[in-house]
Design a protein around this ligand. Structure first.
Ligand SMILES: Nc1ncnc2c1ncn2[C@@H]1O[C@H](COP(=O)(O)OP(=O)(O)OP(=O)(O)O)[C@@H](O)[C@H]1O
Ligand SMILES: [Mg+2]
Length: 717
């Protein structure tokens, strides 16, 4: 791999006994090579102990980066897999791999199916373990770790983070060695920009040369001229997009001819990725100028293209939301933190945590790419500069505090523990949770009330039943745990399905799934209020749950749910992506994310209908799931079932008069050839799938267009 020496903290990690199987919390700076310690450790397990490793990361994007890192071991015979896909399906082949890389949530869902190979895992790596303190996602990570240690107490645990100030506490919890250090392979200078100069943490005030009056442009041009690149962190998508636009002219002026050509190619490639929208147009334009924005509204493919182009030094500046803040290796010699304040629902504008600022800063100066890095926060006044120096540059990250101890986080994990047989009584549940970080930090008594509240809810909703002192999962409880939905979502779905079993229109089911806590929700803009209220009033009989009586908090929540269900409705009514982008102020990436959640919840509703014996609801839910997956109207259901036929081709076939499989059986290849989106290969594949007779002449026409072989033609002769 071209690595000749261990970095000092890596050496310390080895000396701590991590390669002999000792648990370790490795709390060392960003870019100090934590991944390689995990790699060495995984190699030891697989090659010397016939073991197996699971590597957990918080984000899908980071999971792919780690997968790329680990894939190099294929060459020496290790089998590495990135586990993605639906929550309720268990890939039966996973057990054959030596190293499995997964997001925390995916691992949680896998464990709930109790695959036999859990016991053959000998190493658990938890990357970015500071996520444990995150209000929404921390409890899942904590529950996964707690459960894993109970299921597999002998397995080694390696926890990694650059930004955890109470690493000793974490190590105490895990019974782990602790290695901390301040050493970074590439020096990182941290400072605050104000009035054309950067004040660094060591007190130096350095002028940034240049003619640009826009501070962002000045910092960008300066670093590009010295052969580096810049990553800008903005607080919102809007801000990241407008910053990128601001950088177009200054960056374009620095491009070489050869770069311009390649950027134009990339730009037209971006336009061809998926459906064209106003966002992809903007991105393509920015990229043609050597700049990009990067946020969750982009599709995965677009984000990857931007990251790759930055890695190959084509795109010089990326303006990103914090989606790029943790773990990634990018050639950013300079990181600029443009906003340190961010709008948070319920909180208004607030300062971001130091932990997050340090993660962003840590993207600068990565060993593969740069000899030094700079992380700069933008100040708008002298006072603000001093404040930022104090508050962020010279500050240490906050402590990580467990967020597991409340009923809304606990119910799902308690159900999982009972359903997996890890706790079989109230005492058992306490014993189980006594092993959590929450209990380590606060003591079990501090959240006993929340545990009992969760148990009450699970029992009264029929997911857990008590027999004497025993607590047992009911078939419903077990299925809910596997479906990986919040028990509260299950209650909402179950009650909704009970209300009406037949004749429910799609929007009835959609508003129901959007009513569950598992469905992410769209924000509402003031101008949309009237339209949503009107929709609600004229459709109130369609809802499968009670509507709030007055216009309080619940009513506002309801409007966000309605708006979200209307987005999915537009999608299954085949509105073009750009129309949805405009109407809901989202990006294609968001559409896919909402679609994914909706699919999972409709699937869950279907499974619950099956369990409760509501066959009338099952077919409509199954059909709805296919419609959501493909974004099509009901009339395309038959056509969409064909391989190679997506929503665009299905619509083209339908418009040309081929409404179902029988029509296609009768259709000649020549006729199908007249439909614009269908190439000879697709026609061949369609005819192969639907059967029906095709004359020799017709087939040779298709053959001559597609150049296929004689042998397959004979099948249809
Ligand atoms: N001993 C070494 N010699 C040279 N390069 C190394 C060494 N160890 C790691 N690297 C390189 O250092 C880079 C950063 O490593 P890595 O991504 O593991 O950082 P990290 O500690 O996980 O940082 P972060 O906290 O930001 O995730 C990688 O490109 C890696 O290949
Ligand atoms: Mg890392």
């Amino acid at each position: 791999m071209g690595i000749t020496d261990l970095y000092p903290p890596q050496e310390e990690a080895v000396k701590s006994g991590v390669l002999e199987g000792k648990n370790l919390v490795l709390a060392i700076p960003t870019a100090s090579g934590k991944t390689m310690v995990a790699e060495l450790c995984a190699l030891k397990h697989v090659m010397e102990r016939r073991g197996k490793a699971l590597y957990l990361v918080p984000l899908k994007a980071l999971a792919s980066e780690k997968y790329e890192d680990f894939k190099k071991f294929n060459k020496i015979g290790l089998r590495v897999i990135l586990s993605t896909g639906d929550f309720d399906t268990l890939d039966p082949t996973l057990g054959r791999y030596d190293i499995i890389i997964a997001t925390n949530e995916k691992a949680d869902s896998i464990f709930r199916h109790k695959p036999a190979w859990i016991n053959s895992l000998t190493l658990l790596v938890v990357d970015e373990i500071h996520l444990l303190g995150d209000g929404s996602r921390g409890p899942t990570l904590e529950a996964v770790m707690t459960r894993f240690r109970l299921l597999n107490p002998k397995a080694q645990i390696l926890a990694l983070s650059a930004t955890i100030s109470n690493a000793d506490e974490m190590a105490g919890w895990l019974g782990a060695q602790l290695v901390t250090s301040d050493w970074r392979p590439v020096p990182l200078m941290e400072g605050v920009y104000f009035h054309e100069s950067v004040m660094f943490s060591d007190g130096q005030n350095k002028k940034v040369e240049g003619v640009e009056t826009d501070p962002v442009a000045r910092l960008a041009v300066d670093v590009i001229k010295s052969g580096g690149q810049m990553l800008v962190f903005a607080a919102s998508r809007l801000s990241s997009t407008s910053l990128a636009k601001r950088m177009e002219t200054p960056v374009r002026n620095l491009l070489k001819g050869s770069e311009e050509k390649k950027l134009l190619e990339l730009s037209s490639r971006i336009l061809k990725m998926g459906e064209r929208t106003r966002i992809s147009n903007k991105l393509a334009k920015a990229v043609s100028n050597g700049v990009a924005f990067h946020h969750a509204g982009l599709t995965y493919e677009q984000r990857k293209a931007v990251e790759d182009a930055f890695r190959s030094f084509l795109v010089k500046v990326i303006c990103a939301t914090p989606t790029l803040a943790a773990g990634v290796n990018l050639p950013a010699r300079r990181v600029l933190i443009y906003d340190y304040r961010r709008y948070e629902a319920g909180l208004g504008q607030s300062n971001i945590p130091v932990l997050e600022e340090k993660q962003m800063a840590g993207r600068a100066g990565r060993p593969k790419y740069d000899k030094e890095g700079q992380a700069i926060i933008l100040a708008r006044s002298e006072e603000e500069r001093d404040f930022l120096l104090e508050q962020y540059v010279l500050a240490k990250p906050e402590k990580v505090w467990s967020k597991l101890g409340n009923a809304s986080s606990l119910r799902s994990h308690i159900l999982a523990a009972i359903s997996m047989g890890l706790a079989c009584s109230q005492e058992g549940v306490f014993d189980f949770l006594e092993r959590s970080f929450c209990s380590y930090q606060y003591g079990i008594n501090s959240f006993k009330g929340a545990i009992l509240e969760s148990l009450d809810m699970l029992t009264s909703e029929g997911m857990v039943k008590s027999e004497g002192k025993d607590l047992l999962p009911t078939p419903l409880g077990r299925r809910v745990a596997e479906l990986y939905i919040d028990p509260k979502s299950a209650v909402i779905l179950k009650n909704g399905l009970k209300i009406r079993r037949s004749g429910v229109p799609a929007i009835g089911y959609l508003t129901l799934i959007c009513h569950t806590p598992d469905m992410p929700k769209l924000y509402i803009r003031r101008k949309e209020l009237e339209e949503l209220k009107a929709f609600l009033e004229s459709n109130c009989d369609l809802f499968l749950y009670d509507l709030p009586q007055d216009e309080g908090f619940d009513y506002e929540m309801l409007l966000t749910e309605v708006k979200t269900s209307l987005l999915i409705k537009d999608w299954i009514d085949e509105l073009p992506e750009d129309a949805i982008v405009e109407r809901f102020d989202v990006g294609s990436g968001d559409i896919y994310a909402y679609v994914e959640s909706a699919k999972w919840l409709v699937h869950s509703a279907h499974e619950l209908a099956k369990l409760m014996g509501y066959p009338e609801s099952m077919k409509p839910l199954l059909d709805l799931n296919v419609r959501i997956e493909n974004g099509v109207k009901e009339e395309l259901l038959q056509l969409i079932s064909l391989k190679g036929v997506g929503r665009v081709r299905a619509r083209a076939l339908f418009s040309a008069g081929y409404k179902g499989i029988d029509d296609l059986k009768r259709a000649s290849p020549t006729e199908l050839g007249r439909i614009p989106t269908l190439g000879p290969e697709t026609i061949r594949s369609i005819k192969e799938q639907v059967g029906g007779s095709v004359t020799k002449e017709e087939w040779s026409m298709v053959k001559s267009r597609s150049g296929t072989k004689q042998s397959s033609m004979d099948d249809y002769g």
